[in-house]
Design a protein around this ligand. Sequence first.
Ligand code: AHG
Ligand code: MN
Ligand code: MN
Length: 332
Amino acid sequence: MKTLVEFINEKQADFAYASGEFTRLLNDIGIAAKLVNREINKAGLADINGYFGQQNIQGEDQKKLDVFANDCFLAAMRHGGMVCAVASEENDDLYTYENAFSQEGKYVVAMDPLDGSSNIEVNVPIGTIFSIYRRISESGPGTVQDLLQPGVKQIAAGYVIYGTSTILVYSTGYGVNGFTLDPSVGLFFLSHPEMKIPDGGNIYSINEANYIYFHEGVKQYIKYCQQDDPATLRPYTTRYIGSLVADFHRNLIMGGIYIYPGTKKNPNGKLRLLYECNPIAFLAEQAGGKASTGYERILDIQPTELHQRAPFFVGSKAMVEKAEEMMRLYSE
Ligand code: AHG
Ligand code: MN
Ligand code: MN
């Protein structure tokens, strides 16, 4: 039985930037995840369901749990002093720490503190997504530029899925590992070592209600998924939860593709590059999969804004490549 903390300590020597600080940061993320998990588990009992009464910068109504999770992760990273700035879905501007200790922190974090928040009330899996970079600025409060680095520069990324069990999955660029929370002892144990996404699969995950707004390439890919061809496991099957973390986690284990494409109304789709697409893309590639806008690698995009969006195709390599082929063939 190996705990998350034991595993992190053991793996520290694996990478060049290994430091006790980085290890503590990952550990702090694990602590915040446990606090959020505790709150989520009693969401239906305590007065924590429902709306907070404000909107975030994307004009989405914040739920109380969105705000709670944001506060929890921000607080956990303050105490360690390793992080100087955080870009969060729930903060319009870059969040910087006021204490001198944190301002010397070497890292910056982008996070979606609660992913899939429309699913809170209905007991469907939700998650947290995080992405870690080395800062570019020398010292002082972190800057927006510190966060506007392409995804290839991530030194770690991961998510927590609060599902039938709570699992933390992360990568520091040396493969992907998953840890399941044992709530009776409050520890994450290594349960999914060296996760690899099957190269092909038979699950496609897309909100098909937006079909009429899709690019012709996406429509043709959906048609392809629905054709009868037992040799390639088609017709595929559709699974769409509406929590990126949960949809990706399932496809990572079973093999599949998740698509949130650009539409005629929203050419860049819905998902945010810094704290949804990039960390999930990093994990997908580390597990042997692929992540793309339909045309180019997600991790190569040079961000220009904290909350910018990107079309997102992620999952099994062969499936993403097939979808890309359709996007090229039916370019509009
Ligand atoms: P969030 O709850 O952090 O705003 O993210 C919701 C995202 C993502 O998790 C999910 O896959 C997608 O929105 C669902 O969008 P649709 O309801 O448009 O399908
Ligand atoms: Mn989200
Ligand atoms: Mn969110």
